[in-house]
Design a protein around this ligand. Structure first.
Ligand code: FAD
Length: 305
């Protein structure tokens, strides 16, 4: 890939992150004959997942297979270079950017697109890491269909899981909200859960019982078991990398990078697409945002708005 583009000099755009957002942007920019470098550390958010759902024409594909297909298709565009490397630093030099990769190279770019995604902070539940992405999930749009009509649990501290638990009733009649400690529900939340017929368990969870990579039961501190087929988690997430923060980008109250309708950040010339800039975190949305950012970058390179 990209022999024509390897001659050094200034890249039209360096894309940091080669997930659905970054690869999609690279595809559009490659088709616009732009010199593009994609730097990807190779640690996608959904690495633990067995299958990616809800991506039109790719429903059920292995996540790694989707990315491999994307990289194969990019190979047709000789102005696009893909490198398996992390970007460690990003600085401004005049109207350009300097992009330092962890293998010691420094690249110059007119525009930069960060498509670096987010990282989920899993709660420290013994047994969770083994089943995460197989029968422990966070998003009903991604994985609800596969566990429809099965006994489900939501793991969420305090009141944070009320919305997800009620939401999951669309997929199963049998949903239990496990707060792993005092729930401290408000009366309106009690009512909401009662109306939706969601039971609440406040006892602390000792561990998850599993068979292979499948959940069998939640085991509480008292030793009591609650048999469940799948667990949905409400958990915090953080930006996968600090490049946007270090360049001084504005963030939303929820911790996403603040972007305009064309995915541009508060830092001129710097765009962000995919999970790191949005609440709606689906691969197909990340890919669409990558394409939209690419069109905006191409227009900016042409001096158009
Ligand atoms: C368990 C699980 C299951 C999911 N299931 C589905 C599903 O079924 N359907 C669906 O639509 N969505 C699903 N998602 C959500 C989906 O994974 C994300 O919406 C999607 O991956 C976002 O794409 P992205 O390109 O923004 O980020 P990512 O896919 O996370 O890609 C970001 C890339 O940037 C790289 N990167 C980060 N920092 C740097 C750096 N400094 N230098 C170089 N590279 C860097 C990372 O290593 C990574 O490769 C799931 C998520 C999880 C966690």
């Amino acid at each position: 890939m990209g022999v024509a583009a390897r001659s050094g000099g200034t890249w039209d755009c360096v894309i940091v992150g080669g997930g659905p957002a970054g690869l999609s942007a690279a595809l559009i920019l490659g088709r616009c004959r732009r010199r593009v470098l994609v730097c990807d550390a190779g640690e996608p958010r959904n690495a633990a997942s067995h299958a990616l759902h809800g991506f039109l024409s790719r429903d059920g594909v292995r996540p790694a297979a989707l990315l491999a297909a994307g990289r194969r298709q990019l190979a047709r565009y000789d102005s696009v270079v893909f490198r398996r490397v992390a970007v460690g630093a990003l600085t401004r030099r005049g109207r350009r950017f300097l992009v330092a990769t962890n293998d010691g190279a420094v690249e110059e770019a007119r525009y930069v697109l960060l498509a670096t995604g987010v990282r989920d902070r899993l709660p420290p539940l013994p047994g969770l890491a083994e089943i995460y992405g197989r029968s422990a999930f966070h998003c009903p749009y991604c994985d609800g269909w596969e566990v429809r009509d099965r006994p489900l649990a939501v793991h969420a501290p305090g009141r944070s899981g009320v919305g997800l638990a009620v939401h999951l009733k669309q997929w199963s009649d049998d949903v239990v909200l496990c707060t792993d400690g005092p729930a401290r529900l408000r009366p309106a939340e009690h009512d909401q859960l009662r109306r939706a017929r969601v039971a609440v368990e406040e006892e602390a969870i000792a561990r998850l019982e599993r068979r292979g990579r499948r959940l069998r039961a939640l085991v509480f501190r008292s030793g009591r078991r609650l048999e469940r087929s799948a667990l949905f988690l409400v958990m915090p997430q953080e930006q996968r990398c600090l490049l946007a923060a270090r360049l001084g980008c504005a963030f939303t109250r929820k911790g996403a990078v603040d972007v305009d309708h064309a995915e541009m950040t508060s830092v001129p010339g710097l765009y962000v697409a995919g999970d790191s800039s949005r609440d709606a975190q689906l691969a197909v949305i990340a890919a669409a945002e990558g394409a939209r950012a690419a069109m905006a970058i191409h227009r900016a390179l042409m001096g158009l708005r």
